[in-house]
Design a protein around this ligand. Sequence first.
Ligand code: FAD
Length: 603
Amino acid sequence: MQFNSKQRTQAVKTLKETVFDVVIIGGGITGAGIALQAAASGLKTALIDMQDFSEGTSSRSTKLVHGGIRYLKTFDVDVVADTVGERARVQKIAPHIPRPSHMMMPLYDEPEATFTPMSAEIAMEIYDKLAAVSKDSPYVHKLLSAEEANDYLPMLDQTGLVGLAIYLDFQNNDARLTIENIKQAVTDGAVVASHIKATKIVDAGAFKQVQVNDVFRDETFDLTGKLVINAAGPWHDRVTEIADEQTTDAMRPTKGVHLVVKKDRLPVPNTLYFDSGFHDGRMLFVIPRADKTYFGTTDTDYTGDYAHPKVEQPDVDYLLTAINRRFPKAKITLEDVQASWAGIRPLIGNGDYNGNTTKKDVSDDTLHALDTTINQYFDHEVDRKKVNQALQDLSGGAKSASSVSRGYKIEVENGIINVSGGKLTDYRLMASDTMKFVAKALSDEFSQAVTLIDSTNYPVSGGHFNPNQVDAEINRYAEQLESLGILESEALELANLYGSNTPELAKYIATGVSAPHLSITETSTLHYAIEHEFVLRPIDFFLRRTNYLLFKSEDLQRLEEPVIEEMAKCLTWSAETKAIMREEYVRLRDETQLKTLKEEAGR
Ligand code: FAD
């Protein structure tokens, strides 16, 4: 599979000439997942995005595929069971991306604490069972005392600390997961193009016509499809409006902000998850990645520009106050922030990611009763049925998994399938549910039989290796790079990034020539990104295909100009285009690094 600006020209031509089975609007994780399944099922598939792929919310998440242990506070067992099940499926189809890690949850004796040590222990026992974590797994949960917690986290505030819960969770790379789905869709025949904006959807006989604008060339043309899928995330209502010209207000988007500091400013051995300390029902994450630590997130209602949500002073104040309260010795300031991002959650109505709109608290007596039943189970005094019954009693009766809202909605209206809400962790399931609507609509309206793939067994690009042997397989790919003279640490990093596509990268390394001021791996990574990963602008490369801007900012000064020069050469930019690209990159880099806020604070 190849994609570069020449292929984009060809893709645009094909978009104009083909009658597609499905035209998908939105190349975030939702649209990407649907495109993969549609193309793999043999459908003529078009995918467009008005920005770069994953430039919306799907590069701006907390970057976790998390099981949602918080829901076990209120014994929403079905939600957690579904989520950890789905997490395992995503790990299987994209084994190079989500990675298991220890999640640490400091427990404080304070009003409205999410968990006490006892409720955390019970929640983790249930959680391990739901996630099939066996007793001999390195990820089996543990509950440490406050003193033991101090050994792990010496900078953590000890006042009121009553324990540290440790359990399994998964780290993720949201933008890479999205692009790997899109690459696989293209390999399977999908026609995709970024920077193509849908502006109107009209009927054209039995088909739908999507009027689009090629943002790069300012050219307008039509796409024709039997079905249109609205996978526009936070823009869902806007896309609904271009179809029926009526104002829709189904979404209640909220903004979430993350800040990145150097690891030595906030050293944590693993992901941390704790109550914000503001008694606002919010929990925050602190996550180590590369040589950095990032933390977030805020959660505030949002009505501004969805394409450019900004980190504002109140966001920084909230996060720094919360972090410095939990890590009083750290004294993190705005000056410490090396990078940041703000994302818009595509929430429906008043729900959260999982569709929950109500909170139910459980009394201590009820918890004791459950604890007794669970202990009896481990002592072989009661069977599993009894535990299940106890859990169901707590969760307010037996809700079947299908009747639990997962926080996403799929609605069909006049040939348009509107997909809204959800979370990254559930993307495969959302896509698979959407495909059932697609198959039915194509059958009912076009007498077209569709055999859907088993998406639980269909890897994304880069994920074509044994998911039960991730470390061994990644090491094998890394060794291929090492045999080309690449240092072990760099080889491992690249193998982790590209998975089963590493041999393709190795070809570039073996046959390529270093661009001026770039190493052979940097040159090859850039060429691979241009040729295979739809990179059209410097910001696509530095922010989403690689995470230089977020987690390797020390390298930027050295890399920026050589990368822009090499892109200009590969993509045959005029001097004017190069200047525009550079200006855009610098503006977005400065925004990411909070330059304006820092300048204002310095005045
Ligand atoms: P998007 O990624 O926003 O994609 C929609 C796309 O549609 C955009 O790229 C946009 O450009 C395009 N588009 C819109 N209108 C048009 C048009 N007219 N024409 C063409 N294209 C158009 N989930 C998790 O599972 N784990 C997490 O850790 C997690 N953390 C999160 C933290 C934050 C702060 C936020 C905001 C979200 C988090 N989520 C998390 C949720 C998850 O990120 C989102 O649910 C998911 O990324 C939404 O993907 P999407 O494809 O629906 O939307």
